[in-house]
Design a protein around this ligand. Sequence first.
Ligand code: MN
Ligand code: MN
Length: 460
Amino acid sequence: MDLLYKQTNLQDTLSDLDRAAIDPYCEGYKTFLDRGKTERLCVRYAIECAEAEGFRPYDPNAPLKPGDKIYADNRGRALTLAVIGEEPLSAGINIAAAHIDSPRLDLKPLPLFEDSELAYLKTHYYGGVRKYQWVAVPLALHGVVVTESGEVVEISIGDNPADPCLTISDLPPHLSKDQNKKTLAEGFTGEGLNALVGGKPLASDEENTKERIKLGVLTLLKDRYNITETDFLSAELMLTPAFPARDVGLDRNFIGGYGQDDRVCAWAALKALLDLDGAPKRTAVVILADKEEIGSEGVSGMQSGAFEHFIGDLCDAQGVKLNHCFANAFCLSMDVCNAFDPNYPEVSEKRNAARMNYGVAVMKYTGSRGKSGTSDASAEVVGRLRQVFGKADVVWQMGELGKVDQGGGGTVAAFMSRRNIDTIDAGVPVQSLHAPFEVAAKADCYMAYKAALAVFRGMA
Ligand code: MN
Ligand code: MN
């Protein structure tokens, strides 16, 4: 019997079967990243993938039987999918929950202005953003504008290489003497994150020379989308990085791309559900949540009642009490964690930090300042998960967000445990978390998929 806990690099222990499965899995994942730059686009693509596998919109009036595949679209920004199990819902359900919103720059309600004959869009950052990372990079504009008549106009510019993109300027090193003296947090301000959107004046003979560049942009928007400046008031527009996900490393061991927090886990959970064949014992549920990066508030976040309304409807149809279902349920709260980074070893405690290529990282707790704000899974829950992962050959490791008192964060786990659902965090270790270009190891991405599959098939 081994007295010592040994961790091994995935690359040394992968079975031939798993090794062969990683690349095809990751190609599908990169497509998900490229198609899903925003939560709305993620929901749309997830539904497309789910319908191809036989999932149908949930219809409260249609009776369900084991093996049936359904989904509930929450306002186009969050999605819950389920495969009905053989056991009644009173036996509990197995949930994999991930979020599909990512840090980005939202446009303000009145974003467009002109200064020195240049037109800009003002932004209000969404989620934890290190502002200096968002300047001098190409940005895409995504979202919807809803006109007074109720028409929903979709805008998506910048991801196609043939499209124009937007960008936020930075100072040249030649002129950054004063800025260099500031701290990283002070050197770039939220109000300074204005994206360059135009420079051509409105071509007309009119005397209106005051805001002719801004008028030029508005004319273009009118011509292409039939919207006016007032329509910005009822819009959800956001700037995301304008480059695709790509392989990183000469050996292509990693994936780099925007929004891997938490679409790497969203894809793992979704793909595992789509790949379930036949009815699982317990009903399997995937939650693709919105608003995690700003505290899970809002109707599409995990603090909204949408989730219990959906599961409650399913319970009602079986004559089961929702609270009995939740009391026996299990939730794998799938979210990324920080991967140990040799460039910045000082923020991690090496013995308890998650490492790339060491498998899916289980986080017993998150939180900050003495675990504040975390749901802190019990030893019993960790024990159950160990057993399930062990049986399914899931390579996993235990992780911590960082060194004690270095910072911290939370996930949707706390909101699932509030529902009296046993919950634990697990996800992919990621470097440069929340940056426009985050990095994850392909083998870990694949192990997150195996972890979700193991829970759907084996958690009792
Ligand atoms: Mn996350
Ligand atoms: Mn995050």
